[in-house]
Design a protein around this ligand. Structure first.
Ligand code: SF4
Length: 753
């Protein structure tokens, strides 16, 4: 096990450390003294401190050392901007950035890509130069979708990766625990801090039997989503195992793990097996496959390993499924789908079929889809609905172009889109129906929430396998079941489609296609990062100021928020996402969704210096200009929702000092600490009611110490001052963050010493 095998073919000097992982595992084993499942093995083998780490599934917070970080272009902007302010010369953990989310589908791959390069030039230039500067692998627009590129190039069995995208778990198809995170977490790992994860529960899915005919790997996750629902995987890793696993292709396993995000799972994972080995060989990583075989005993569950829950699925009995509309967990087997369409009055005419995306664009997927299309063409018929094909990567596109599947899909009526997210993330200039018009579309994607694809809330979006997308697109109706129904050929003669067939891997190997990778240059010191000072989408982050060492006196309450205050209320998404690389501009959405307890309205607070009511961000800016620090008072579970680092950056940027609540959502609380703010809670939650929005407060910051409460003195507008006790969860290291102004300032300080 002392062999040196590199993690990937693109970087030098980063080796797979199975020896260290084994060592960590034996430490943990001797402590826990019980068989481990595979998910546990991957996590525990990456512990920062295997000796001292407290380990209880569902309870303890694991401090982990991931092997890699991956970012997509939308989330990478703020992550890199923050990393830059840490003052480090390069990332401490191998990292890649992938340009896939900002390319809009309009008229077809080539032209759409050229247009995106023009519109997003400043973002791409920033990412290309910052990646070059900080030793990050950069995948240019057109290279493909992050998760496909990771599977093809970077995933390896037993590894731990975090990625700033919710479908990062796709790499579980190669036995990697790949977990979607927010940008702040990615920055920590890039900057060599351990990464924290609540020890997940593990739900086992035991597969028996074998897929056949029209049933595909996608149907496994469509079925599991139906069983567990969109919330059922929350806080858990889904671990597939059992004899049925070896009947699935590696990319099929990737599809299943990818869509595990739809049930809220932390990630999903398959044990190392021969199909993964074959895929590693096909993607020019035989050495990794051979190395994994040596370590194979640790790349699956121990005998007798237990799961917190267990689902059993017999693949031989599994039917093809179609899930939706509007939610990915409404699972209907194809035999009952026609009745469901009628009973629910879903529009039965199919307007558009879309195959590909990060979920289902493997060589196998495209080959099977093309086999159905060819069957139709042989009978002289073509797609009845609009049909789009999104290759997941340039390598897939070039290979299916060489091997003919692309041509077949085009002859069938397909428009080939850029190797990018496109309609899956709403980057779709859809013209065939008007907004508000009820209509049905079907895709092989993973997510089908209202309006996601085309911003039309009346679009009924269904998700299924690429096989059924092609079959239903051919029929032009949701009422078609290819397992039982006949079609008419060009002469009106009835026929039945043959079940799809297709190779899992290309027999002639993959064609890499165009070179779309930018390696970091040798001389990185001379690279300057491209950010125009006049840009409204990007802004270099200035380090936040260190604490002045004093108590903070006489501060106004910017807003006393009442009820739910989610990260979406604190930093709204939608049109604001355009500014996610520009802290000052995006700060104009700060807390605009929070409800002011003084008037029950959103985004209307009183500026105590003028007496006027104004928007929350404008008021905060005015205080900042006048050198006045402020606080926010919040209700229960403040900051719940997706882990958006902007929700912590913005109040800090606009001059806030503390957020004082009845309770916090934990990730947001940590994010606030990272940005140098004070997240504090009322020791007695009823004190929330004693504070009025017009009050002023003194915060005894000098009292901040581990495990000790802090005093807040409240000066009511009318009435006697009183004190309130506040609690906090700061540890020693986090107190340093506050003192230095942020976690990154702390890191920068250490680096300069
Ligand atoms: Fe996310 Fe869709 Fe892109 Fe996949 S293809 S990364 S699901 S937006």
């Amino acid at each position: 096990l002392q062999k040196k095998v590199e993690m990937c073919n693109w970087e030098k000097g980063h080796y797979i450390n199975y020896a260290k992982m084994s060592e960590n595992l034996s430490v943990v084993r001797s402590r826990l003294n019980r068989p481990l499942n595979f998910a546990e093995k991957v996590l525990y083998s990456h512990l920062d401190d295997p000796h001292g780490q407290e380990i209880e599934r569902g309870k303890s917070y694991l401090r982990l050392r991931p092997d890699r970080v991956a970012c997509q272009d939308a989330t990478a902007q703020m992550a890199i901007l923050q990393f830059m302010s840490a003052g480090m010369p390069s990332v401490a953990t191998p990292t890649t950035v992938h340009c896939d989310h900002l390319i809009e589908a309009q008229v077809g791959g080539e032209r759409d890509l050229a247009r995106a390069q023009d519109i997003n030039k400043e973002v791409y230039d920033f990412l290309a130069t910052s990646c070059a500067k900080y030793n990050i692998g950069f995948w240019r627009p057109g290279s493909g979708i992050i998760h496909q590129i990771i599977l093809e190039n970077y995933a390896f069995p037993g590894a731990l990766m975090i990625g700033t995208d919710s479908h990062t778990p796709n790499a579980g198809g190669l036995g990697m625990a790949a977990i979607g995170v927010g940008g702040a977490d990615a920055v920590d790992v890039m900057a060599n801090l351990p990464w924290e994860l609540k020890a997940p529960k593990v739900i086992g899915v035991r597969l028996t039997g074998e897929l056949s005919g029209w049933t595909s790997p996608k149907d496994i996750i469509l079925k599991v989503a139906g069983i567990l629902t969109v919330k059922g995987g929350t806080g858990a890793i889904i671990e597939y195992h059992g004899p049925g696993v070896k009947t699935l292709s590696c990319t099929g396993m990737g599809t299943i793990c990818n869509m595990g995000a739809e049930i809220g799972a932390t990630t999903s994972i398959f044990p190392f097996n021969d199909r993964m080995y074959d895929y590693l060989v096909a993607t020019k990583r035989k050495a990794i496959g051979d190395f994994a075989r040596e370590y194979a005993a640790e790349l699956k569950e121990d005998e007798g390993a237990e799961y917190d829950d267990l689902i059993e699925l017999n693949l031989s009995e599994l039917e093809p499924h179609i899930n939706g509309p509007f939610t990915p967990d409404l699972a209907t087997p194809i035999s009952k789908f026609k009745d469901a369409v009628a009973a629910n009055k879903w529009p039965s005419e199919l307007k558009v079929g879309l195959i590909g995306s990060c979920t289902n664009s493997s060589y196998e997927d495209m080959s099977r889809a093309a086999s159905i299309a060819q069957d139709a063409l042989d009978h002289g018929i073509k797609a009845q609905a609009v049909f789009t094909v999104t290759p997941g990567s340039e390598q897939i596109r070039a290979t299916i172009e060489r091997d003919g599947q692309l041509k077949t899909l085009e002859d069938f009526g397909g428009m080939v889109l850029a190797n990018a997210c496109g309609p899956c993330i709403g980057q779709w200039d859809r013209k065939d129906v008007k907004k508000g018009e009820p209509n049905s579309i079907i895709s092989s994607y993973n997510r089908n929430f209202t309006g996601r694809n085309d911003a039309n809330p009346a679009t009924h979006a269904f998700v299924t396998s690429p096989d059924l997308v092609v079959a239903l697109t051919l029929a032009g109706t949701l009422n078609f079941n290819p397992l039982t129904d006949k079609l008419k050929d060009k002469d009106g003669k009835e026929f039945m489609l043959q079940p799809p067939t297709g190779d899992g891997l290309p027999s002639r190997g993959y064609d890499p296609g165009r070179d779309t990778y930018q390696a970091p240059p040798e001389d990185r010191a001379s690279v300057s990062v491209a950010v125009s000072p006049s840009s409204d989408r990007l802004q270099i982050l200035e380090p936040f100021q260190a604490w002045d060492g004093k108590d903070a006196l006489d501060m106004p309450i910017l807003i006393k928020a009442q009820g739910k205050t989610t990260t979406d209320h604190i930093s709204m998404a939608g049109p604001w996402l355009k500014y996610r690389g520009h802290l000052d501009n995006i700060s104009n959405n700060m807390l605009i969704g929070a409800i002011n307890s003084a008037n029950g309205e959103a985004n209307k607070v009183k500026n105590f210096t003028t007496g006027d009511f104004d928007a929350v961000p404008a008021t905060a800016r005015d205080y900042k200009k006048k050198g006045i620090k402020w606080v926010v008072i919040g209700d229960w579970n403040y900051g719940e929702g997706s882990s958006r680092e902007h929700a912590a950056l913005e109040p800090r940027h606009l001059g806030g000092l503390a957020i004082i609540t009845r309770s916090f959502a934990r990730i947001h609380e940590t994010n606030l600490k990272k940005q140098g703010m004070l997240p504090l809670t009322f020791t007695n939650p009823e004190d929330y009611d004693k504070i009025q929005p017009d009050d002023k407060v003194d915060l005894m910051c000098t009292e901040l110490a581990v495990g000790k409460p802090m005093t807040m003195k409240v000066h009511p507008k009318n009435g006697e001052p009183f004190t309130v006790q506040l609690s906090h969860t700061f540890n020693e290291g986090q107190i340093e963050w506050f003192k230095n102004g942020s976690a990154l300032n702390t890191m920068a300080k250490k680096n300069s010493q």
